[in-house]
Design a binder for this molecule. Structure first.
Ligand SMILES: [Zn+2]
Length: 417
């Protein structure tokens, strides 16, 4: 008979935790990586305790769309004009190595872990330039961060399907290596017919491998673009309803209202969801590059009102597409509500859901909650309200993944004397 001493009652016990929409603080008891109890007060021994002091405890963040293979590659381009830089981006990609991609992706994942991202869905270029080098590098970084940030990979034919003859076979290889989704960018093709081939090929591959499609659509803020509509039509034609996400969708914001309404009806009929990428697109797009007639955003509120699930992703970090970003989804929520003109308390709350629960639904992940039975993937904030989280960025916080402390931000907390 062994008479080993029993372990503590809880692996982690969080006291005095605030929750969204609730007034009274609670205790959160965690065991075996899951939330086992949420109650006004929990007793017992605990391996670790956190006193939240009334700070909000929320589900951890989910980034549904991030080009992690290209992060921190901006310095490799050299100081050039925009078009030269884009041309050089392809050449730079041919010089990526598995080890270099793994290292840059790992730097991004360290930031993600610090800020409270528990799950990240990455778009990885798979094309003639990088072949499967980027994909392999990100797979290695994913493995290094197992249990800290859950990473899934979408295989993304950045250089086209018709324009890049090598892409279809490489996409197939990436799917055999475990790609969780097929990406796409029909606008890179030379004609509308080629765009259609691009969309159809991606949908066919996804159906064959039983994975969803997450396609860049109507990326540029130009009203003549119709790739979101094309994607919605093709989704129905291929019987892929409920399995397709359109990303960016900035042209939707510059369509005349009646046309936008018609396209949103098609998005609904195809049971599609939409991911917007406000921080990168606010800088990249907007009128003619001189006069900011619009701000590289989509019709977020109209889509939400129509019943479409909309999430927000970070897109890029210090690469050809976007100069900034420090992987903080609270900052992304802050920029999302600015970009989309979300002003009321309810809309600000929706902006936060766009980087947590809505983002989880978009990538088909379990929807996180601060409730018994859910995974203990949480962020404990010092701020006691959602508005204060966004108003006092970055703010102090602790990131808990699977019931374990994996990161945090010491933050800045200021006050006037
Ligand atoms: Zn993107």
């Amino acid at each position: 008979m062994s008479d080993a001493a029993p372990g503590p009652d809880w692996d982690l016990l969080i006291h005095d935790a605030g929750r969204l929409d609730e007034v009274e603080p609670v205790s959160i008891g965690i065991r075996g990586g899951r939330i086992e109890a949420v109650a006004p007060s929990l007793e017992g021994t605990a391996a670790e305790r956190i006193d939240a002091r009334g700070g909000l405890v929320t589900p951890s963040f989910v980034d549904p769309h991030f080009h992690i293979d290209k992060v921190l590659s901006r310095d490799l381009l050299g100081a050039l004009g925009p078009q030269e830089a884009f041309d050089r981006a392809r050449e730079v990609k041919t010089r990526f190595t598995v080890a270099d991609v793994e290292e840059r992706a790992s730097q991004a994942l360290r930031l993600a872990a610090a800020h409270g991202i528990g799950r990240l869905h990455a778009q990885i270029d798979v094309d003639f330039a990088t072949r499967l080098v980027s994909f392999e590098g990100v797979m290695r970084a994913r493995d290094r961060f197992a249990g800290v940030v859950d990473v899934t990979l979408a295989a993304f034919p950045q250089e086209g399907i018709v324009a890049d003859k090598e892409a279809p076979a490489l996409l197939r290889e990436a799917l055999e290596m475990g790609a969780a989704a097929v990406g796409g960018l029909p606008e890179v093709e030379a004609s509308v017919a080629d765009q259609r081939t691009h969309v159809d090929t991606c949908l066919e591959l996804a159906a064959e491998f039983g994975v969803p499609v997450e396609m860049h659509a109507d990326y540029m803020d130009r009203a003549e673009l119709k790739t979101l509509e094309m994607l919605a039509d093709a989704t129905v034609a291929h019987g892929m309803q409920g399995r397709v996400v359109g990303s960016h969708c900035n042209a939707l914001a510059v369509y005349p209202d009646d046309e936008a309404g018609r396209v949103i009806d098609k998005v609904l009929a195809a049971d599609m969801a939409i991911t917007v990428l406000p921080i990168a697109n606010l800088q990249m797009l907007g009128g003619d590059g001189r006069t900011p007639r619009n701000r590289g955003s989509s019709r977020v509120k109209e889509l939400l009102d129509a019943g479409v699930n909309v999430a927000a992703g970070a897109d890029n970090m210090y690469d050809i597409w976007y100069r900034f970003n420090r992987m903080d989804p609270a900052e992304l929520a802050y920029m999302t509500v600015h970009s989309a003109g979300m002003r009321t308390d309810e809309e600000v709350r929706e902006g936060f859901e766009m980087v947590t629960t809505r983002a989880a639904r978009i990538i088909g992940a379990p929807v996180p909650a601060v409730a018994a039975g859910s995974a203990a993937d949480l962020v404990v904030f010092e701020a006691t309200s959602l508005v204060d989280i966004l108003r006092r960025l970055p703010g102090r916080r602790i990131h808990i993944k699977g019931g374990r402390r994996v990161g945090g931000v010491e933050g800045s907390f200021w006050s006037a004397a």
